[in-house]
Design a protein around this ligand. Structure first.
Ligand code: GAP
Length: 449
């Protein structure tokens, strides 16, 4: 079997627009991601996750939650509100600082982020030189109103990050969970940014999901925990099947650091357009708690009884994008293989991330097979997310499952009625084994999360 795959991606292959197009097409064709409001001509930079995509996105988030919350006694979860009052964003600095420099091309009217221009004098839309306006700062926050009457309604903002919900609940969580530093608060949820240049499919959108954790530590332990979380987060991607050659940890240079950060590293993935950010791990010092303490007048400190001292904890923040991470896993898992005269597309996803863990396929639509195959499906669906597919020839059904990364296909055929056994096909090797139905659950339990 020959491989056409994108396994050994190298910098020389970039930009790899072919892979990018294939992922976008596969996403549409197999119900992973659709452009939003398509029947109305679409709405730029918004996407809907289809029947397969919603499962995969949920699996990415569940895998993060499992590793960050479930398996740790020192991290607790939170689900804070998306709408917030201006006071939160004044304190966090987002109202004054969360902006990008924007320039307009006087020739064609296109707007660009000045800091993202390849050549600061050339408009990438029309190619004209020296036609840009002076840069002005454009705030990325989405502003809205809370209340029915426009004049008196309170101004509210959609959160541009989930992080602030964790800072403003620091005291609540500290007292109710009885944790003490070092401990973390984790949250997954939607964030909104009025990006000037959204693009690259779900990489940069105006509405997206984040997976963030704020880890509160005694100040003297901050740099040790920063290294710990850089390693831990890098390894999370590798443990979930990401090819090591396609991922790297890049420490920020001094010129990239925010004024309060004493260290930030990005986990970067080799996207079809080159290396780009998946997640940032930042040593934020006590900036956020101090800001909220000053603006709200509420003490956001920890009293260490043993040392008889009061301090504002420092924060290490691993902040990842769920939607962006799902896209990276999709790209990394995408393989094309030559099978006889055919090209097989297969998503070699880690079973934990695979949308369906298995598919039950009755060989024919005859009722004598559909009945017991449905019963088998109902039994297995109690344990795993299963697909059930009775349409088309079995070979085509296998290929369909390969394309959405289903690790195992279980075929119920006419012999199954007599020998009470089924054929199980492995996604990656395409090998098939015959297993007694009575042993199937135990066999799968050894291989599936
Ligand atoms: N609390 C820190 C923070 O929000 P960030 O680097 O701005 O840091 C964290 O965002 C992660 O959120 C990014 O690494 C990225 O994966 C994701 N993200 C940020 N903006 C995004 C956007 N417009 N579309 C999709 N994902 C985005």
């Amino acid at each position: 079997m020959g491989r056409l795959a994108f396994i050994a991606m190298t910098q020389e292959q970039f930009p790899n627009s072919e892979l990018f197009d294939k992922i976008v097409n596969l996403s549409k064709r197999r119900g992973i991601v659709y452009p939003s409001a398509e029947i109305y001509g679409g709405f730029r930079s918004t996407y809907d996750y289809g029947p397969v995509g919603v499962l995969m996105l949920r699996n990415v988030k569940d895998a993060w939650w499992r590793s960050m919350v479930q398996l740790r006694h020192d991290v607790v979860g939170l689900d804070a509100s998306i709408l917030g009052p201006p006071a939160v964003w004044e304190a966090s600095g987002h109202l004054s600082n969360f902006s990008d420099p924007l320039v307009d091309c006087k020739e064609c009217g296109a707007r660009h982020r000045e800091d993202k221009l390849e050549d600061p004098n050339v408009c990438p839309t029309c190619g004209n030189t020296g036609t840009f306006t002076e840069a002005r700062q454009f705030n990325l926050m989405f502003k809205t109103q809370a209340g029915p009457v426009e004049d008196t309604a309170a101004v509210a903002y959609l959160r541009p990050e989930t992080a602030q919900g964790m800072f403003i609940n620091f005291a609540n969580v500290l007292y109710t969970s009885r944790k003490k530093p070092p401990f973390g608060i984790a949250q997954i949820g939607k964030s909104f940014r009025n990006e000037i240049t959204p693009g690259n499919f779900v990489f940069r959108t105006r509405e997206f999901e984040q997976m963030e954790m704020e880890f509160f530590v005694p100040p003297a332990e901050a740099s040790e925990w920063y290294s710990y979380w850089c390693d831990k987060r890098f390894n999370w991607y590798v443990e979930h099947g990401m090819t090591e050659a396609n991922i790297r940890l890049r420490p920020h240079g001094d010129d990239e650091l925010s004024h309060y950060s004493s260290g930030t590293s990005d986990v970067e993935f080799l996207f079809p357009w080159g290396w780009d950010e998946l997640e940032g791990i930042a040593n934020r010092g006590n900036f956020d708690l101090t800001q909220h303490m000053e603006h709200s007048g509420t003490k956001l400190e920890f009293f260490d009884q043993a040392a008889n001292e009061r301090y504002i904890p420092h924060v290490i923040e691993p902040a990842a994008g769920a939607t962006r991470t799902m896209m990276a896993f999709l790209m990394d898992a995408y393989h094309e293989e030559q099978v006889n005269d055919d090209t097989r597309v297969v998503l070699k996803l880690h079973p934990r991330l695979a949308p369906f863990k298995l598919a039950v396929l009755p060989l024919s639509k005859k009722p004598e097979l559909i009945g017991p195959a449905t019963e088998l499906y109902e039994h297995l669906a109690e344990h795993w997310m299963c697909d059930f597919d009775q349409t088309q020839a079995i070979g085509k059904r296998y290929r369909r499952q390969d394309e959405i990364g289903t690790p195992y296909c279980v075929t119920f055929d006419f012999d199954s009625l007599d020998d009470n056994a089924v054929t199980v096909r492995d996604r990656d090797t395409m090998e098939q084994v015959r297993l007694p139905i009575a042993e199937l659950q135990a066999w799968l339990s050894e291989r599936l999360p």
